[in-house]
Design a protein. Structure first.
Length: 335
């Protein structure tokens, strides 16, 4: 299948592992959602995942969790505000969608990709809708076996990636089964990542993403909350912002130790030089002006992009795709 791209990042062999901060529904608080966007960016995440749902589409009226879910549910207006802010953050925005109305909202908000919930792996109607949306699709496998995964992937339009990891959280470490990541990639011929639900209070929670990357995971998702002491619905399997920062650092160190992460300098390219980056989100078809450019050092593992001395090659040209804030501008992004 075609490689899956999340914002400016591509999943695939030789590419750095993509780190996604899964912030879910942000405990139903818009202010928390906005703070989590900044926290994810500062922690070094590449993407952010929101869980978009409607309680009346998810559970029956007399379900014991109905009131709790209704309290966590954001309105369409709130979601539009949050997703718009996330799109301007420089992070790739992923919507974990639980129902048709939420799918329509996510698509209208212009998210970069869609994701299924591990509990919906046996919901073929919803999976078909997600897989045929025209957006990159992340299929959460939960505990599904190989036949169920083959069936779920069979109807998926390209590009698609598989997210493995236990459906319940927090999960015992032995349920991660990290050794299956490379096996599933070969058997199913798709990119494979890990949705890590291990206990956020354990030391292993910081190390698990690095181990997954070292064993071939092309994407790692970890839950992120502002404060684990709040004991919210997602806190048990989540990291606080400073913990996610440390976890990302461990993952990047594991990639350097492995020795095959993408990036690095080309022949004769000066170390730690600046690149041309977007000052703010530049939409597809918009003209790049000097005011819309900045000149900053970037993470060289992801590629340098054009140098400040090449600014005249950029000014006056149009973007062929959205360019995120602080994203290094390359020749293939321009008409």
């Amino acid at each position: 299948m075609s490689p899956l791209t999340l914002g400016a990042r591509q999943l695939g062999p030789g590419q750095p592992c993509v780190v996604a901060a899964h912030v879910g529904h942000a405990e139903g608080r818009v202010d928390d959602a906005l703070r989590l966007i900044e926290a994810a960016f500062q922690a070094g995440a590449d993407a952010i995942v929101f869980s978009v749902f409607r309680a009346d589409e998810l559970v029956v009226r007399r379900h014991p969790e109905r009131r709790e879910l209704e309290a966590l549910e954001l309105s369409d207006r709130d979601w539009r505000q949050v997703l718009e802010a996330a799109r301007g953050s420089g992070l790739a925005v992923v919507a974990e969608v639980r129902d048709r109305p939420s799918l329509e909202l996510a698509l209208a908000a212009g998210v970069a990709a869609l994701q299924s919930h591990a509990g919906d792996v046996d919901h073929p109607e919803l999976l078909r809708a997600l897989a045929s949306s025209g957006r990159p699709f992340l299929l959460a496998a939960g505990g599904a076996g190989l036949p169920a995964l083959r069936e779920a992937l069979a109807g998926a339009a390209e590009p698609v990636a598989l997210l493995v990891g236990p459906a319940e959280a927090p999960a015992p470490v032995e349920e991660l089964r990290l050794g299956e990541i490379s096996v599933l990639r070969e058997l199913l011929r798709v990119s494979v990542g890990l949705l890590d639900p291990t206990d956020g209070g354990s030391a292993f929670a910081l190390l698990a993403p690095a181990l997954a990357a070292a064993l071939g995971a092309e994407l790692v998702e970890k839950r992120l909350v502002l404060d684990r002491s709040r004991k919210g619905r997602d806190a048990a399997a989540a990291l606080a912002p400073e913990e996610l920062y440390r976890s990302v650092e461990l993952l990047r160190q594991a990639e350097r130790a492995r020795g095959d992460a993408a990036g690095g300098r080309g022949p004769g390219e000066p170390a730690r030089g600046r690149s041309i980056v977007a000052a703010a989100l530049i939409g597809r078809g918009e003209v790049l002006t000097l005011e819309r450019l900045r000149f900053k050092r970037v993470d060289e593992r992801l590629g340098r992009g054009l140098r400040p001395s090449e600014a005249q090659r950029v000014i006056g040209r149009r973007a062929v795709r959205p360019i995120q804030a602080d994203e290094a501008i390359r020749e293939d992004m321009l008409e």
